[in-house]
Write a protein that binds this ligand. Sequence first.
Ligand code: TEU
Length: 552
Amino acid sequence: MKKTWWKEGIVYQIYPRSYKDITGNGIGDILGIIEKLDYIKSLGVDIIWLCPVYESPNDDNGYDISDYRNISDEFGGNAAFDLLLSEMHKRGLKLLMDLVLNHSSDEHEWFKESRKSKVNPYRDYYFWQEAKNGKAPNNWKSFFSGSVWKKDEITDEYFLHLFTKKQPDLNWENPKVREEIHDIVEFWCKKGVDGFRMDVISLISKQTDFPDSHVPNDYGETIKTYYANGPKIHQYLNELNQKVLSKYDIMTVGEGPGIDLETGLDYVHEDRDELNMIFHFGHMFIDNGIGGKYDPIEVSLPMFKKVFNDWDDKIYPKGWGSIFLGNHDFSRMVSRFGNTEKYHNKSAKLLALLLFTMRGTVYVYQGDEIGMTNVAYPDISYYNDVETLNSYKEALAQGKDMDAFLKLVHMQSRDNARTPMQWNSSKNAGFSEAKPWLEVNSNYKSINVEAQEKNEDSILHFYRKMSAFRKANKVMVYGNYKCLNEDDPHLYFYKRYDDKETYIILLNFCNDTQKIDNQTFDINNTTLCLSNYADNSNEYLNPWEAQVRKYL
Ligand code: TEU
């Protein structure tokens, strides 16, 4: 397996709006990130993935770009960005830009032109369709509620938007659109960025006959069958790679809703020249029922393990994967997969230990390094996220029990991950002098960076320990992975190994002490390397205990 920096590098994802506000307007900014670069570096991070900072009307907080070449003034503009890039490079940190190429903002010049008339030269930059039997062209539903089609009064035709009405989908069928996109990517490569996270890249090739979904109410199935992995997806990615990406030493990670085990490797196969890795959502959509995240189902540990086992099995050795347990679109990882009460510290560390001992490039989402948790605002007026608000409106219109729905919002809203970073116990968690754009989580007095810096036993110190361990032991990066107990409902054991060394990772995902009685390894033949407990035994695991052991 080829060795490269992007396989070994540890990525830290920043949601700039919520990281650190220097200018005092309640919105995080680039100068705030610059102020925190030494902190970020101290985590053992090599690469920063910066969520979109381009000019945007912010209908979806930057995922609706109105100018791909300029940085929004709200975040500090182009000068602040240039400073960030040079300050990062000075510290040996690499920068991953978030590129949203499936759609633009409706306030982008292209769309403003496109709407004007059916013969406008930019008309075919987007997907326009006539009404069908007086209605929208098909029954597809937007990721963010309602139809994917919006009728535009000017020409009386519908345009496609898989996300909000202000995020019209770009028509990659049009060679001019692809050229524009290649130019944009080249522009950022020339500026010296080190790679791209490509938003919903799995959706860029459309089935242009726009067939009705035969399962319109089955969220996951519709995405997989109709929206993702379209007929020309690999042609487009290969072209982008040949024309631009391959000329630079950069990394690419494609975000891939709808990519499954059958389609995954094609995106990242080392002989296919497309992307370096993708984010699949096997474990992230694990609790989604037919109706999606607001129709949740029970999740078991064997289901969770199966996702990691199956993906590792499919991707390697010809491809490469990414390991993450949270990002700006999901609730907090410790709230989802850990325990936020008695075992907050232990379970957050267990999840960190899992992240850093898996095969694939590791992604840490801001705030997870201190175990930030979900928030439960008292009512919907506190929420900001367009997906949450649209889902709420839809539930209201459907006459659902709204108290019960608010509980689902507490569990599933994307705002859980977007509350301001908790730096210290002062006003607004040290995030901003002004009222933050989104209310801070009230637990900031106990969960914050400053307090954890002072405490050797903190989650924060454990992240540092784990990143150093991964760096010192390349078998954690390149070694094989094998699960040792697929069916156990509470314990997750796996090994990481190569010709020379074997490590065993033991994780107890429950609130009770569990006996270690696994037949596949001899624990007495191992030595303990790392754990989130000080009192370890060879016979049992404490609640949420995690251990790394090495074969003698
Ligand atoms: O997310 C795509 C995506 O899959 C999400 O919409 C996901 O279905 C949802 O968040 C689950 O709750 C990307 C970005 O990460 C997201 O922030 C954007 O809103 C979206 O694309 C549109 O650009």
